[in-house]
Design a binder for this molecule. Structure first.
Ligand SMILES: Cc1ncc(COP(=O)(O)O)c(C=O)c1O
Length: 391
C-alpha cells in the first residue's frame, strides 16, 4: 500500500501539547494523578438551559441541514447580542453560522486569499490559525510581538511589513496564549493601517465575554470592514458542539455563503437550536458566574506563579491563559515542561507551540481547572523547582 502524503499534509506541524496530553493520559491510565493546566477548554459542563434546548431539538427531530449560512433565528439572536452587549447594529444577513471558529477561519481565508498570497500574524499566536492558512497554500508570516506591545500586532508592523503578496492580517483578542487584548485605540489603528493597504483584517474574538478587568469590546464597534470571528466554544462553554460564527462585510455575504455550502453544507443543526438558549437571561447568569470564577482563578494563579519565579510581563485581561517567562527557572521551557509532567504530573503547554519568538523561555498555564487543582499544581511546581535547584 502506498504511503504517499501530500506536501501540505507533510508540512502541517504537530501540536506538542497533544503529545504531552497523550503522555498525561497514559500516566493517568497507570493510576498517576495528573493536573491539567495545558487544556484550552473550560472545565464547566455546558449550561443546563443550552443542554435542554439541545435535547428538545433532538426530540423534535431537528436533525436535517439548515441553510449554509445558519438558522435564521440564531443569526438574528447573534445580531441582537451585539446590539445588547456593544450597542452595535449588525444586520443578521452579515452573520454566518459556522462549525466553530475553526470553520469560520477557513471561510475567511478561502474568501480572501489565494495560494501563494500572504497573511500576517503574531508570534506568539494560536497555532491552528497559522496551520489552516498553510494547509490552504497561503504563506504565513508570523511577526514577533513583544510584551511592550501587549503581545499584539501593531499598526506600525502592518505599515512596515506589508508587501505586494500580503492580502490580510490576523489578530486574536483576547489572545491565546497571552490573554492580552487589543485596546480600542490599537484596534482602530490596525483597521486603518490594513484598510490603507487595501487589505483585510481578520479578527478572532473567540474569547469575547471572558474579559476580567477591562471593558469587553468588538472590532465591529469601529468598522464594518473586518472579518470578525467568534464561537460558542469558550464563553458559552460549548466546545464539543462545534459551533461558531463570523460577521462579514455586506459585499462578501454571497461569496461566503457559496463557500460554506461547499465546505460544510451547514453547521450542526441540533447545536444551532441549542445555541438559541445561550442568549437567554438564565444562561447569562450562569455564564457570568463562571466568568467570575475564571477571574478568581487568574487572580490566584498569577501572583502564585510570580512567587515561584516566573515573569509575567503583561497582566492577562482575558481568556483563561497566563503566558509566563520561565527563564529565571530554566533555559529550556520545552524540556522543563516534559520533566515537570514526568516528575509531578502537572501538564503545562510549552511556548514552542505558539511560535518561535522567545518560545524556549515561555510556558502557557491554562486556568481551566478548579481552584483546588490549581493550588495543588502550584505546590507541586514549587517542589519541582526546589528539587531541581538542589540537584
Ligand atoms: C484563538 C483561538 N481561535 C480559534 C479557536 C478554535 O475554536 P473553535 O473551533 O472551538 O471555535 C481556538 C481554540 O482554542 C482559539 O484559541
Amino acid at each position: 500500500m502506498s504511503d504517499y502524503l501530500s506536501s501540505r499534509a507533510r508540512r502541517v506541524k504537530p501540536f506538542h501539547v497533544m503529545d504531552l496530553l497523550a503522555r498525561a493520559q497514559q500516566m493517568q491510565a497507570q493510576g498517576r494523578e495528573v493536573l491539567h493546566l495545558e487544556v484550552g477548554e473550560p472545565d464547566f459542563a455546558t449550561a443546563q438551559p443550552i443542554i435542554d434546548a439541545g435535547i428538545s431539538a433532538l426530540e423534535k427531530q431537528y436533525t436535517h441541514y439548515t441553510p449554509a449560512t445558519g438558522l435564521p433565528e440564531l443569526r438574528q439572536a447573534v445580531a441582537e447580542y451585539y446590539a445588547r452587549k456593544f450597542a452595535v447594529t449588525i444586520d443578521a444577513s452579515r452573520i454566518i453560522i459556522t462549525p466553530g471558529a475553526s470553520g469560520a477561519l477557513q471561510l475567511a481565508l478561502c474568501c480572501l486569499l489565494d495560494a501563494g498570497d500572504e497573511v500576517l500574524l503574531s508570534d506568539p499566536g494560536y497555532p491552528c490559525n497559522r496551520n489552516i492558512a498553510e494547509l490552504l497554500g497561503i504563506k504565513t508570516r508570523a511577526l514577533p510581538v513583544s510584551a511592550e506591545q501587549n503581545y499584539q500586532l501593531s499598526a506600525g508592523q502592518i505599515e512596515a511589513e506589508w508587501n505586494e503578496r500580503t492580502r490580510a492580517a490576523m489578530v486574536s483578542t483576547p489572545s491565546n496564549p497571552t490573554g492580552t487584548r487589543l485596546e480600542a485605540q490599537s484596534m482602530q489603528a490596525l483597521l486603518v493601517a490594513v484598510a490603507h493597504k487595501q487589505g483585510h483584517l481578520i479578527v478572532d474574538e473567540i474569547y469575547q465575554g471572558l474579559v476580567y478587568d477591562a471593558d469587553d469590546g468588538t472590532a465591529l464597534q469601529y468598522s464594518s470592514d473586518g472579518f470578525v470571528i467568534n464561537s460558542f466554544s469558550k464563553y458559552f462553554g460549548m466546545t464539543g458542539w462545534r459551533l461558531g460564527w463570523m460577521v462579514v462585510p455586506e459585499n462578501y455575504v454571497s461569496a461566503v455563503d457559496r463557500m460554506a455550502q461547499n465546505l460544510f453544507l451547514a453547521a450542526p443543526t441540533p447545536s444551532q437550536y441549542a445555541a438559541l438558549a445561550a442568549f437567554l437571561p438564565e444562561t447569562e447568569v450562569i455564564l457570568q458566574l463562571r466568568r467570575a470564577e475564571f477571574q478568581q482563578r487568574r487572580d490566584y494563579l498569577l501572583p502564585a506563579l510570580q512567587a515561584l519565579g516566573f515573569e509575567i510581563a503583561r497582566q492577562p485581561e482575558g481568556a483563561f491563559y497566563i503566558y509566563a517567562n520561565g527563564s529565571a527557572i530554566t533555559g529550556d521551557a520545552f524540556r522543563w515542561s516534559c520533566n515537570l509532567l514526568e516528575q509531578t504530573g502537572v501538564a503545562v503547554t510549552p511556548g514552542v507551540d505558539f511560535g518561535d519568538y522567545q518560545a524556549g523561555q515561555h510556558l502557557r498555564f491554562a486556568y481551566t481547572r478548579p481552584m483546588a487543582e490549581l493550588q495543588r499544581a502550584v505546590q507541586l511546581i514549587d517542589q519541582f523547582i526546589q528539587h531541581s535547584k538542589q540537584a
